[in-house]
Design a protein around this ligand. Sequence first.
Ligand SMILES: [Zn+2]
Length: 288
Amino acid sequence: MRGSRILLFLLVTLFAARSGVAQAASVALMPRMVIAGSPELIRVSGPANALVDGEWLGRKISFSADHGTWVALAGVDVEAPVGPSTLHITAHAGGKDIDLSRNVEIHEAHYRTGALTVSPKFVEPPPEALIEIEEESKIKAKVYAASATEPLWRGSFHAPVASRPTDSFGTRRMFNGKLASIHKGADFHAPAGTVVHASNSGVVVLARKLYFEGNCVIIDHGMGLFTLSMHFSRIDVHEGQRVKAGDRLGLSGATGRVTGPHLHWAVRWEGAMLDPVKLLRLDLDTVR
Ligand SMILES: [Zn+2]
């Protein structure tokens, strides 16, 4: 599950610094193979005192300093178009803009198709529920728009429960034979009452009951990165609370749109829904 399996993709370019001395700048992506739904650690080595910013598929990338390089934990949405993309990166140094942009191929992920049956109120919510759902989406939008401007995570992410996740991320789902949607998280087997832990450090920005998510906890890990845990039977944290990896968030359950008790765990970066299992496999212990 660690970095031994992950190859470092290193592209090196040379550019002339203002002084006229050639310096190396590099952009490395981990994992190297970019798939629709991949989280990606982007590391930029550039000239000293540079500032780095970027954009990929319409999403702004914010970098933070790490051991003399710049890093960003970003990714490609599960529904991103397969094919070539441009990862725009610019280093600003000595009054100059240095273009470090790269072409990155986005490979197809082979997600499955599944069908399941839930209570009809979750497929065609009654009118009074639509108001509730609308209110909740406003609350979530507000939360997502206010991510910390510095990374709050430290090192690798840890599984929220001890059990193995199911291979459920990205599955095209039919609910009650009607509504098709894409499953944008990973489901973990968790009998009701299983303790759910924080996967990394951050701030609890939402801890309340929502219509589809049931009892839901959202943690802001900074710079647009959030983890979401759903369907709790009990929430043990409050909004505004700082947590670190391993802290108890609550107990798993079967609240919201479910077929039975489990933990739905999701990863969101700048609106892109990323494969949580791939995030757990990223070795970030040498970062930050
Ligand atoms: Zn789920």
